[in-house]
Design a protein around this ligand. Sequence first.
Ligand SMILES: NC(=O)c1ccc[n+]([C@@H]2O[C@H](COP(=O)([O-])OP(=O)(O)OC[C@H]3O[C@@H](n4cnc5c(N)ncnc54)[C@H](O)[C@@H]3O)[C@@H](O)[C@H]2O)c1
Length: 401
Amino acid sequence: MKVAVIGQGYVGLTISAFAGEFFEIVGFDNDSKIVEQLNKGKSHIEGVESSTLQNWIKAGRYCATNRGSDIADADIVVIAVPTPLTNDRKPDLNFIEAACKTIGENIKHPVLVINESTSFPGTLRTFIKPAIERYSTGLIEHLYAISPERVDPGRGDYSQKNTPRLFAGLTPEASRKTREFYSRFCNHLVEVSSPEVAEAAKLFENTFRQVNIALVNEFAQIAHALGISVYETLDAASTKPYGFMKFTPSAGVGGHCIPVDPTYLAAVAEENGALATFIRRANDVNLEMSEYVVDRIQADNDGSLQGKSVLVVGVAYKPNVADVRETAAELVIKHLRGRGAVVSWHDDVVGNWKGEISAPLQGADIAVVVTKHDSVDEKKVLASAPYVFDTTGKVKGAKGL
Ligand SMILES: NC(=O)c1ccc[n+]([C@@H]2O[C@H](COP(=O)([O-])OP(=O)(O)OC[C@H]3O[C@@H](n4cnc5c(N)ncnc54)[C@H](O)[C@@H]3O)[C@@H](O)[C@H]2O)c1
């Protein structure tokens, strides 16, 4: 069996590495630098070991490509391309459309197409299937299924193997073949009654997190106004053994999922005449958190940040990964600069970002911790500036939320 995986990023490469034990994988990516690296056996994704890729390459079970014709003889095609927002924060299916074009133009026999990219309910049935058919020459009866990805980059306890996987086909045969495929490397498959349920479940999982993060971020502001510790209050509430789940405050949410997926749900809700006010407000609260943090820092520093050197510690969107997509650090830096601060950042896991490099962890007037990687020494953070504001709750002795 030959499996073509369209997109070799966090999701596509992770799935390729797992499936490579059982199938021949062609990793198709339109970024030629990524393709070149992967063919040298170098992984660019946390959680995918280069040694695994090298093993599959040696065994003739993995190669990366940016030539559409290399996927022509695939039996299964997995779509794992980005689903971002447009500049006006609407679902952007352009990458999915391009993946459909690659499939339609290159595959001339019936295959199983599985979408792993996150999108709104109806994407498989009303967007992917028609798009592939539009780009195909002649009518080819492909099978279509969805299996939304739940990978959490950098996580050690849950992997492709032990994370339950939702799936649904457009037809019973598509469902059966999808089960056969994933059951080789995933222990727990959960079939739902339609692709739309699987698509909606994925969006709801991340909306649940977004809303709860917004709630705790709002509560952090309330706790500060009341002069009580948000962390002690959350620890106290967490002693309830049922009906409560602890979320912690932050400078905002980042990554490709939590800031984006709920907007896909809100957009499709509104298109269908349903309100999504709660989801929209949660998104706003999380986006506003960066400004609240900067307000607090300014208030503690004689009401002005003009000309002060501020070191932002941690610009990745979460600890121990180099991923900066939608990172809250970007908004924190924007607000700091907007108020005249001279901003640099320290993050040796990220290294390079927006043409700037990680600055030393020392010598600032003010340090603000946005993300705390395990490798970052708390004592060094505290010594890096006379005033340290911690948004993570992990730097004991610093000011914080
Ligand atoms: N990263 C996560 O933690 C995560 C978790 C669950 C679901 N998802 C979803 O999975 C999908 C992919 O996300 P990701 O994090 O893997 O993205 P990514 O940016 O890490 O990787 C996407 C890859 O696709 C390539 N690409 C873009 N357009 C292409 C095309 N037309 N043909 C071939 N390659 C193309 C890019 O070069 C890139 O290497 C998104 O829908 C995302 O929401 C991501």
